[in-house]
Design a protein around this ligand. Structure first.
Ligand SMILES: [Zn+2]
Length: 176
């Protein structure tokens, strides 16, 4: 295990080699790698090469041409605030736990074939349209989505995950 100052200087040396800024990066996305692929492979941090990253912090800088996807500590080094990156990671872990439990909630079928679920004192509605193919829309607090991750929602379970992202968005972890 490297000491943290050796680790920090190694990361900064790498950034220098890229002609990249050493600090003031900011996170623009957080990805739970277990959401993205069903295999157990984890992500490799683009800065330090650690191959055991589950939560990917996507970092950007106004003076750099591309985003850099890294693990928690490297994100903290790049933004100059390791505690902030650790807090983001902690919130993301809690969200992943909520997401795992969310499908266990019991939706109630309405007489017209839609579904509702009470969540934080508002109803989530899942509308099932059988017009052509089975197609679901999810709405909560005045916002409705008919796609999830760019794709039409074509099953009840896909609707459940779309509902989760609607009621518990990653943006809330990014800007707590
Ligand atoms: Zn790293």
């Amino acid at each position: 295990m490297m000491s943290s100052s050796a680790y920090i200087s190694r990361c900064q040396k790498e950034l220098k080699e890229w002609n990249a800024p050493l600090s003031d990066w900011y996170p623009t996305d957080l990805i739970d790698i277990e959401d993205e692929n069903s295999s157990n492979s984890l992500f490799t941090c683009e800065l330090c090469g650690c191959s055991r990253v589950r939560f990917v912090h996507v970092m950007e800088h106004d003076l750099y041409f591309e985003s850099v996807s890294v693990g928690c500590i490297c994100a903290g080094i790049m933004e100059g605030d390791i505690l902030a990156a650790k807090e983001r990671e902690r919130l993301m872990k809690n969200r992943a736990r909520r997401k795992r439990n969310f499908p266990k909630r019991k939706w109630k079928e309405t007489p017209n074939g839609n579904y509702i679920l009470m969540y934080k004192s508002s109803y989530i509605q899942m509308i099932c349209s059988n017009f052509n193919d089975e197609h679901y829309g999810v709405s909560y607090n005045g916002k409705t989505v008919w796609k999830h991750k760019g794709r039409p929602i074509t099953s009840f379970l896909a609707g459940v995950y779309a509902a989760f992202d609607l009621v518990d968005p990653i943006e809330k972890v990014m800007n707590p």
